[in-house]
Design a protein around this ligand. Structure first.
Ligand SMILES: [Zn+2]
Length: 467
């Protein structure tokens, strides 16, 4: 039996563990029960963790929806040439935003890190700003000295600044840059490929965020970090290039296990000849994909940003020292794959009251454009959804779900004989894809309202009062 399969069976036999709200303590109840014991984390980890909040976190990135101009305004002061940094403009985006390459270090091992090729995936860019602060302001730190002597880091932050300007995945032309590694139709992808060809990295880091709803394997636990050694062919063969990547992924897991046991997963190894990580592996760089998922309660991914930083430092240190050599591939292989994607919010037990239709017993599922802040909600499904799990559940028993219309602040309940102006809208059934705008009411007409969802959850009243 393949180890991964054995682990899946083991996980299904385990009692599901409820995901606790974010705490500083490791989630000891959610230990991953991997078949291979995870070694203790690096000895420097707790000191670096302690240093982080006061001396390493780059200031000014508290809201993760920043644009590239803002990010550079935070990062550029950290990139002093007296601290060994060099910044070069290496291209321009479709909308003429600068694409920049940051270089640091004097060592012979070339490492290329690129972030935010998907414009709404900003966690790594925050962690890279923290890394710049660490490298620049702590030149005497043993980890920094080692890195400086043995590696040359090439960093391409925010590959997709036009996407970041809109906080959207794709570039200004609507193209997914991580499906453009083969055709190189976009200036952003061409710039990344040209940088790769120029610096000929031995190691690559392909830095992303993934959907918050992903579960770790068959468990109920959300994936906080997912790792992948991207394959270079359809057979997902393992050569020396991938062996090194798998070792480095194991190092990252080892560093993060004390914080995220049970919440670290692995992407599936299906080869995509258009994806950068797959091709950089094919081109000879030991590439690790790191995906930031989510930690419940960490709405701006600030805690995850710190862990991302610590994981990156562990990976880079293992490259600078060569310590990843011989790390058991089981540390990577034993990770559960990314499993189901849970919807963000379920309302269970309510009665749908759409004007013109008879009241109907129905559950409701809502997905948010930003699941952690619960903003930009859209209906995902309606009906008997008792078998569907969700990240959060609201008990709507005894309540009516009544759609609303109009602008925020002057909302009206939609009525069957609605003769208001266009803004009030025609009756808007809560069908999949529709904006999630409704009240929970004690009466079918929506007059005695106990809770409102107007696209965004109001943080002051995230749930109806307990009745
Ligand atoms: Zn991505």
């Amino acid at each position: 039996m393949r180890p991964a399969l054995a682990l899946c069976l083991l996980l299904t036999m385990m009692t599901p563990t409820t995901i606790a709200r974010d705490t500083d303590a490791p989630d000891v109840t959610a230990t991953s029960r991997a078949t291979t014991p995870v070694p203790p984390p690096p000895s420097w980890l707790s000191d670096l963790d302690a240093l982080y909040d006061t001396d390493l976190r780059a200031v000014g990135l508290d809201d993760r929806t920043f644009n590239a101009e803002h990010w550079w305004s935070v990062a550029t002061p950290l990139l002093d040439k007296h601290h060994g940094f060099r910044i070069d403009e290496i291209g321009r985006s479709v909308e003429d935003r600068p694409l920049r390459h940051v270089r640091w270090g004097t060592g012979k091992t070339s490492v290329l890190l690129w972030s935010q090729m998907h414009g709404d995936e900003s966690t790594a860019s925050m962690a890279l700003a923290d890394l710049f602060r660490f490298l620049g302001e702590h030149a005497d730190h043993p980890l920094v000295k080692q890195l400086h002597a043995n590696t040359t880091l090439h960093i391409f932050p925010i590959v997709n600044p036009d996407g970041a300007a809109r906080f959207q995945r794709r570039n200004a032309q609507g193209i997914d840059l991580n499906r453009d590694a083969r055709m190189l139709a976009t200036p952003e992808a061409r710039t990344l490929k040209a940088l790769f060809d120029q610096v000929k990295p031995t190691y690559g880091f392909n830095l992303h965020d993934q959907r918050v709803g992903y579960r770790a394997g068959n468990s109920d636990r959300g994936t906080a970090i997912a790792l992948l050694s991207p394959p270079y062919n359809h057979a997902a063969d393992v050569n020396d290039v991938r062996t090194r990547a798998i070792e480095v992924a194991g190092v990252i897991r080892t560093a993060l296990e004390p914080y995220l046991a049970g919440h670290i997963a692995r992407w599936d190894e299906e080869f995509d000849p258009r994806a950068f990580g797959d091709l950089t592996t094919q081109w000879g760089a030991s590439t690790v994909l790191i995906e930031a998922g989510g930690i419940e309660g960490d709405v701006q991914k600030q805690r995850l940003r710190k862990l991302y930083f610590l994981g990156l430092v562990a990976a880079l240190d293992s490259i600078a020292t060569g310590k990843h050599a011989g790390v058991s591939p089981a540390l990577y292989r034993d990770l559960p794959e990314n499993g189901d994607v849970w919807p963000d919010l379920a309302l269970r037990g309510g009665t749908l009251s759409v004007p013109g239709h008879p009241p109907t017993r129905a559950d409701l599922l809502v997905n948010f454009r930003n699941p952690l802040t619960e903003t930009g909600g859209a209906i995902a499904d309606v009906g008997d959804l008792g078998t569907k799990k969700a990240r959060r559940t609201i008990d709507a028993r005894g309540l009516f779900i009544v759609p609303i219309a109009g602008h925020a602040g002057e909302r009206t309940v939609i009525e069957a004989n609605d003769d208001n102006d266009e803004d009030a809208g025609s009756p808007m059934p809560l069908t999949p894809g529709a904006s999630a705008r409704f009240v929970l009411s004690r009466d079918p007409q929506g007059r005695d309202v106990v809770w409102t969802l107007d696209g965004d959850v109001d943080p002051a009243t995230p749930s109806p009062p307990v009745r």
